[in-house]
Write a protein that binds this ligand. Structure first.
Ligand code: ADP
Ligand code: MG
Length: 728
């Protein structure tokens, strides 16, 4: 075994789980490091408290004078917990979170110092933003950017720093982050959904989108990761032969959690509790050393922040346990990949889940209204939804015969399919009293019963209804949920606005009763959006053909999928809703295609390096041993040596073949990279990386992996799959 590999495996084998003691009940520490309602009551004046709550609940502005009171209260609280610094915490388009810490500490002359944190510092900061991705916005406009406090997501303390969730925008107001468009989309869906919900209940004043994400990840020993330059630099293995035993025995899913992993999880969960992240579920996933963690769902903006924060926290806590968390969608070829299911729903301030069936026919009509509008929204904007989850790393899942396919479809289960079928047959125009009674009793009225038995779950669907919410399963494990949530809530907002207009038109112009009008519009929606419904096996080839016939998109690669962002219809959607203007949309597109090309570029470089500088020299060394052996046999057996050296000579030849394949592959790939790098247009550059550079990865890898099987294990430099996946 090579030295590095040997030491990595040895170190891993001698590790012991950290002892994690939980002295207090989790419920008693929950939110202790969050400036939540309870804490605000304690540290804020009545007026300040009311003003924050007003901002959270009604989106009202916080007066500058009141902000001074709030910041003082926050500071007092933070200092009482040993905090020394504060930071605006935001989510730039790098995919990571960003922070810049400033101390409360300030000198006031005469050798004296105080702790200070004013309203101005709470409300707005001007980070040196020139190094964040901006897609040209900041060149076109002003060079500066600023962060502004988002009071709807509470401040929290992490490692002696007070973190204030903020939006990040350019000086001219263009969004430079994930949160800004999300907040706008949430506001749009709130308004649109309230208007529709009022058909059913006049008391509804606010509708919140909820999100419950499920984070999948791998835990690999940090020494093993350090011995793999590919994981270190790209987050995934670029080569490595699959182990003799993989996940075929299905013995990992929901299996006993290994001790070290368990101790990591408990440590992590404690930290989550303090930060108010309501984590609830943990379990082994399908692949060895793969796990999942899920919280209780929350308001979408908060849930998005929690997920971003969680990924940071996981990284840090893993370090304490000598683990590295791999968030990549496909860290190991041939082994199950990771996703981040986004469970999504809408609920009213009157406590009704709009995607949950109710107890009465009327509340069920409300459910069906939101349910069918969701389906219609996905049908109209399936390509945009696909674009919202596109990334170089997620391409390894979507369209790669694993997890959901790149085709977006909606699964609703047999019973609801039947309900839609019934509704599709309702009379055009006014319904007779008999028909209405029949609908109420036999179709709409039966929904709660049938959903209780609705246990059919289709794991291959990218967008599945699961009883009281939709589960968007195609989201990648590295993704910031804000992106898909912005799109989903925007398309729903747009759909509900259209729906309201159509129903109102029928009521006014055709003199229809409200429920007649609703039935009429829903009937047409069912007809026009049927094509998006699919109950079968999403992984099968037949679905690819069928989807094509239905006119559904099947955008397998990121450059292809992202194009939808620039489609006229999709630009209008965001512009009309005020979620993003054209400049913001173009900038994001630019950033995303650019990032795609960069990621593939880095992978290409790393692969070239490993193949040429690690694998080929090892192959040559082993080949020399074989050559030496053949020479020795010749010494002993003279002309007879071939009888004894036959296999060795074949091996020598095969190794030469692979060395040649690797070298010519790397040479050609490098050439294509150079060509791609010279392309000025970033969209075309991303396409070149996708279609010209990336295809060499498989060829190069193939030969490297074959060599791994041939070469003496003692010589092989890279930690093997079996060592990374099965060392506990
Ligand atoms: P499972 O899918 O394993 O049966 P659940 O249905 O309870 O489990 O929920 C899976 C995830 O969906 C959890 O993260 C949960 O918090 C979330 N979830 C449940 N209800 C909602 C909802 N109304 N809106 C958004 N997410 C939800
Ligand atoms: Mg799930």
């Amino acid at each position: 075994m090579s030295k590095l590999r040997f030491h990595a495996v040895k170190e891993t084998l001698t590790r012991k789980p950290l002892k994690i003691e939980e002295k207090e009940r989790r419920s008693s520490i929950f939110g202790n490091n969050v400036f939540n309602e309870a804490t605000m009551r304690q540290f804020l004046t009545k007026e300040a408290y009311k003003s924050v709550m007003d901002a959270v609940q009604n989106g009202s502005k916080i007066d500058r004078g009141v902000a001074d009171h709030i910041s003082t209260g926050m500071k007092e609280w933070a200092i009482s917990k040993g905090v020394t610094h504060y930071t605006h915490w935001f989510q730039p388009l790098t995919g990571a979170t960003a922070e810049k810490h400033d101390a409360f500490f300030e000198t006031i002359g005469g050798g004296l110092a105080i702790e200070k944190f004013g309203g101005g510092q709470l409300v707005q900061q001007e980070p040196d933003a020139s190094s964040f991705p901006n897609g040209g916005i900041r060149n076109t406009f002003e060079a500066r950017g600023y962060t502004a406090w988002d009071p709807t997501s509470p401040a929290f303390i992490y490692e002696t720093t007070l973190c204030i969730p903020t939006v990040f925008v350019s000086y001219t107001g263009e969004a430079l982050d994930y949160k800004t468009p999300l907040l706008r989309a949430l506001q749009a869906v709130d308004h649109a959904a309230v208007a529709v919900a009022r058909y059913f209940d006049k008391n509804v004043k606010k509708v919140n989108a909820s999100l419950g994400w499920e984070q999948e990840y791998f835990l690999i020993d940090s020494a093993l990761v350090a011995s793999r330059p590919d994981i270190t630099l790209t987050g995934r293995t670029l080569l490595g032969h699959s182990p003799a035993k993989g996940q075929q025995l299905d013995d990992h899913y929901f299996g006993t959690i290994p001790n070290r992993a368990m101790s990591f999880m408990r440590d992590l969960e404690t930290e989550c509790m303090l930060l108010g992240i309501p984590v609830k579920t943990r379990h082994n996933e399908v692949a060895p050393n793969q796990f999942e963690l899920a919280p209780i769902y929350d308001e979408a903006n908060l849930a998005v922040d929690h997920n971003s924060l969680l990924m940071d926290v996981m990284d840090k806590i893993a370090g304490r346990h000598n683990f590295k968390v791999l968030f990549h969608e496909k860290p190991f070829a041939g082994v199950n990949g990771s996703g981040k299911h986004n469970n999504w729903s809408l609920s009213t301030d009157t406590g009704i889940n709009l995607l949950g069936p109710g107890k009465t026919p009327m509340s069920n009509l409300q459910f069906l209204t939101f349910f069918i509008n969701s389906i219609k929204a996905v049908h109209e904007y399936e390509e945009l939804l696909r674009a919202s989850i596109a990334s170089a790393s997620n391409d390894h899942r979507l369209g790669a015969n694993e997890a959901p396919p790149a085709i977006i479809s909606v699964f609703i289960g047999e019973q609801l399919t039947n309900v839609l079928h019934e509704l599709e047959g309702v009379t055009k125009g006014k319904l007779s009293p008999e028909e209405k009674t029949d609908l109420k009793l036999n179709v709409v009225g039966k929904i709660p019963e049938i959903l209780l038995d609705n246990t059919d779950r289709n794991r291959t669907s990218p967008f599945a209804f699961t009883g009281n919410k939709f589960e968007f399963r195609a989201v990648g494990s590295t993704a910031n949920c804000a992106n898909p949530m912005t799109v989903l809530n925007s398309i729903m907002a747009k759909q509900l606005i259209d729906f309201k207009a159509e129903v109102d038109a029928l009521i006014e112009n055709k003199d229809m009763k409200k429920d007649d009008a609703i039935f009429n519009v829903l009937r047409e929606y069912i007809k026009t959006s049927k094509n998006i419904l699919f109950e079968g096996n999403g992984y099968g080839d037949e679905w690819q053909k069928e989807a094509k016939k239905r006119g559904l998109s099947n955008n397998k690669t990121t450059p292809e999928a992202l194009k939808a962002r620039m489609a006229k219809k999709n630009i209008s959607l965001f512009e009309d809703l005020g979620v993003m203007n054209r400049v913001e949309i173009e900038a994001r597109y630019e950033i995303e295609v650019e990032e795609y090309a960069l990621r593939v570029q880095i992978e290409g470089r790393v692969l070239g390096d490993i193949a040429r500088n690690h694998v080929v020299p090892t192959a040559v060394r082993y080949q020399n041993i074989l050559i030496e052996n053949v020479r020795g046999l010749k010494d002993i057996y003279g002309d007879d040596f071939k009888k004894y050296a036959k296999e060795q000579m074949v091996l020598i030849q095969v190794i030469s073949g692979h060395i040649e394949a690797i070298n010519s592959g790397v040479t050609k790939m490098t050439k294509e990279r150079k060509i791609a790098n010279n392309i000025q247009d970033s969209e075309k550059r991303a396409e070149a990386y996708c279609n010209k550079v990336k295809p060499f990865f498989d060829d190069i890898r193939y030969s490297c992996d074959k060599l791994e099987l041939l070469i003496d294990d003692e010589l092989w430099p890279l930690t093997k799959y079996r060592e990374m996946l099965f060392t506990k």
